[in-house]
Write a protein that binds this ligand. Structure first.
Ligand code: MG
Length: 392
């Protein structure tokens, strides 16, 4: 397909990845059919005027009403409310559905994109964490592709030369920057502030993923994501701390040779690879000058990092709905931390507490996923006072 004739729907257009996706779309000269956002009226108004999509959805109803008043002069049709997230008009005309919604709120657009037999360019890793089996089966049944926007998974796909499996693949090595608290012992993290946790050393990202990077929950979720995307056992996925974020991940083959993907840390690269896959064009990212970088360093995850990684590994191995509970408990705990209600170390403790109380059950459909998510939110809310008291 000619690149310029590609048509895109973008879920989560006002967020960090959404805004960068529009930069890439503009650079490549692609068409935008629809954009969606939660409630950021001023940013989406600017996006509508620049990209002139046919549809724009605001999931927050009050924001939708405000937006309708502001763009009365535009031909863009405004849809309103969460119930419209699967409106066929958002999918029908598009070739690629980019999902950059944060959290489990991104699940339904992922399901609807694959049900509509569209290519899903996925930045919403939570979709795969909570419903990996459902989504990968649906993609296979409908001959639809799930292309990762997550930089590590994009790197792996590139190392595998655009394929999702390789019979000689032995191991996947996910790199992690180690976040702002690299090398710190648990005792040193007792009084970490939100501002300290938000200082990521190499990537600039949205709030939730930045905290997830600091706790290493992000890397745990990426382990689950890699398992579903590349059909690799969790035992064959390693995590390597790599401070410079230049190597975005590696694959190891049967003969012990490694392939790595290197580039400057710039999300516009993995976004572009998903939009032009399997082809490559000039990009907005700077070229990588290894001479200036001078050295690349590698470390093992420390015991604090292993806490989060093991929580996610165990959830994946236990199967059933436990990964849904880990994800929902994490969303809940990160929100509490960002609002200064619990401590940084309290995030993992809250997740562990909730997981211990959960009686695992199988996942057969999306309702099972949503029920496990609801159970977690209800249980977490009913224990809110204890969390605030014991994990502050
Ligand atoms: Mg990542």
């Amino acid at each position: 397909m000619q690149e310029k004739s590609k048509k895109i729907t973008l879920f989560g257009s006002t967020g960090f990845v959404g805004r960068q996706t529009l930069e890439v779309i503009s650079h490549l000269g692609l068409n935008v059919i629809a954009i969606t956002a939660n409630k950021n009226v001023s940013i989406i108004e600017r996006q509508i005027r620049k990209f002139k999509p046919k549809y724009a959805l605001m999931t927050d109803e009050r924001a939708a009403t405000e937006l309708k008043l502001k763009i009365r002069d535009s031909s863009t049709k405004i849809l309103c409310g969460k119930d419209e997230l699967c409106n066929p008009n958002l999918f029908e005309e598009s070739n690629i559905i980019v999902n950059s919604i944060v959290g489990i709120a991104g699940l339904l657009p992922s399901v609807c994109a694959l049900a509509a037999k569209k290519t899903l360019a996925l930045a919403n890793k939570e979709s795969l964490v909570v419903a990996g089996k459902i989504l990968t089966s649906l993609a296979e049944k409908n001959c639809a592709k799930i292309l990762p926007i997550d930089s590590e998974h994009s790197a792996i796909l590139q190392c595998l030369n655009g394929k999702f499996s390789d019979k000689f693949l032995k191991k996947i090595i996910l790199t992690a920057s180690g976040g702002p608290f690299f090398g710190k012992k648990r005792e040193e993290l007792l009084n970490v502030s939100v501002a300290q946790a938000m200082k990521h050393p190499t990537w600039s990202m949205g709030n939730k993923i930045t905290i997830d990077s600091a706790t290493m929950m992000n890397k745990g979720f990426e382990l689950i994501e890699a398992h579903w995307l590349f059909n690799v056992d969790v035992q064959s996925i390693d995590v390597l701390i790599h401070r410079e974020s230049i190597i975005h991940s590696l694959v190891e083959f049967a003969d012990n040779s490694l392939l790595a993907n290197l580039a400057v840390p710039d999300m516009r690269l993995p976004i572009q690879y998903a939009l032009t896959y399997p082809e490559r064009y000039t990009s907005l990212a700077k070229n990588l000058n290894l001479y200036e970088i001078n050295q690349l360093t590698f470390y093992k995850p420390n015991s604090f990092s292993l806490d989060a990684l093991n929580l996610c590994k165990n959830a994946l191995i236990s199967g059933g709905s436990l990964p849904v509970v880990v994800n929902a408990a994490n969303e809940f705990a990160v929100d509490l931390f960002l609002r200064n209600r619990i401590s940084f170390l309290g995030i993992i403790e809250v997740i562990k507490f909730i997981c211990t109380a959960y009686k695992n059950s199988p996942i057969n459909n999306i309702d099972d996923v949503l029920n496990a998510d609801d159970w977690t939110k209800n249980f977490a809310n009913s224990n809110l006072d204890s969390f605030v008291k014991y994990f502050k």
